[in-house]
Ligand binder design. Structure first.
Ligand code: PMV
Length: 371
């Protein structure tokens, strides 16, 4: 598919007003996206676990207005009006307007809330942008005439998700991996048919039972705002001395994961996932200007995990986002033992002892159909 496929034909229906509510999850990358080309095109393919508990719930209310050539929107977070969120959504609307030509015909009221605390260091852009993209897709669906057969409906459902992912990507790259579950690939990879730089697709191959219901306990090491935004970080990959090698490595890691996910090889999985996390931060530490997002407690936790794994043989590992928090990943059958370990040995390194128990999830869903 090309970008042209996301430009709609003229709409058939007239809709005066309505509202939709979607909830969309966060995701955690196993092979990381770090570095992009113009138009939010990733420099390398990535793959992520869709999460289950960490999500954004967004209600979009829309009411017809005179098209005066301007966007009109209000944003609320947890019931509070947030004018400082408007510029980001305004930019998002500008980027997607060509694919959603109705945006200037309505006034939008966007009410959003997260299941995780706003100041937790967990980025809400992936879940937030995907929830908003899905709400907008529901509006577009109303504007298009209804399907007449089951085949058409299923084709439409597939297109609905692809376009939602395509739009979410234009809001925040990794958001395109937050529409579906449970493993999602974004970025063209020669070994993964259907993979695309334009949207995320469900991982199409066999996945071993070892990876079903995989756990992700997020240890909140630093709940503050990131000192360096991911936009700045991505841009620093332009002239980065190790960029080309890094992009090659990500392709290779994704290739290797195909076999690992099929055979359930947890040792090899850990090597890829921890290597990816440390490479991501190594890229930050070796860019110009350089920066460090890990905190002393991030390293304390990593060392504790390594010692525990060495001592017990339990295949628990970590990954990192663009921040100090640590995602502790482990198979479902190790839940009891690893939870004990986390409580006894890791919680003390979390800010105010806070952590979030999450696991692999199955994607976004529409939660309200009121109009
Ligand atoms: O989606 P962005 O632009 O916030 O970038 C996210 C980058 C990482 O979270 C660090 C990696 C990834 O693939 O999710």
């Amino acid at each position: 598919m090309t970008v042209q496929d996301f430009i709609p034909k003229p709409y058939n229906n007239v809709v005066e007003r309505g509202q939709f509510t979607w909830e969309a999850p966060s995701n955690i990358a196993l092979v990381k996206y770090w570095g992009k080309k113009a138009g939010q095109i990733p420099e390398n393919p990535s793959i992520s676990f869709t999460l289950d508990a960490c999500k954004t719930i967004t209600t979009l209310r829309f009411e017809k207005k005179q098209n005066d050539g301007a966007f009109s929107l209000d944003v609320y977070l947890e019931g509070e009006k947030k004018d400082d969120f408007k510029p980001k959504i305004q930019t998002f609307f500008e980027r997607i307007e060509i694919y959603m030509p109705f945006l200037k015909d309505y006034h939008f009221k966007i009410e959003t809330s997260n299941t995780f605390p706003h100041s937790s260091g967990i980025a809400s852009s992936a879940s937030g942008m995907s929830a908003l993209a899905l709400c907008l897709m529901s509006v577009e669906k109303e504007l298009i005439a209804v399907a007449s057969s089951a085949v058409e409906t299923s084709l439409e459902d597939n297109y609905f998700n692809l376009k939602a992912s395509f739009l979410a990507r234009l809001g925040s790259g990794s958001a395109c991996r937050s529409i579906e579950g449970d493993l999602v690939v974004w970025g063209k990879h020669p070994s993964i048919e259907g993979s695309s730089d334009l949207f995320g697709v469900k991982y199409p191959f066999e996945v071993h039972n070892n990876f079903k219901n995989y756990n992700d306990t997020i240890l909140l090491v630093d709940k503050g705002e990131k000192q360096v935004s991911s936009t700045v970080g991505h841009n620093l990959m332009y002239d980065h001395p190790f960029a080309q090698e890094r992009f090659k490595q990500a392709n290779k890691n994704l290739f290797n994961l195909i076999d690992i996910l099929k055979t359930g090889d947890l040792k090899a999985f850990i090597e890829v996932v921890e290597g990816e996390a440390l490479t991501l931060h190594a890229m930050m530490m070796t860019s110009m200007p350089y920066f460090i997002l890990m905190k002393p407690n991030t390293l304390e936790i990593i060392n504790k995990i390594w010692a525990y794994r060495e001592h017990t043989g339990i295949p628990v590992c970590f990954t990192l986002d663009a921040g100090a928090n640590v995602h502790v990943l482990y198979p479902e059958k190790e839940t009891v033992r690893v939870n004990e370990f986390i409580k006894n040995e890791l919680v003390e390194y979390c800010q105010s002892g806070h952590y979030i128990c999450d696991k692999i999830g199955f994607g976004a869903k529409r939660v309200d159909i009121e109009k």
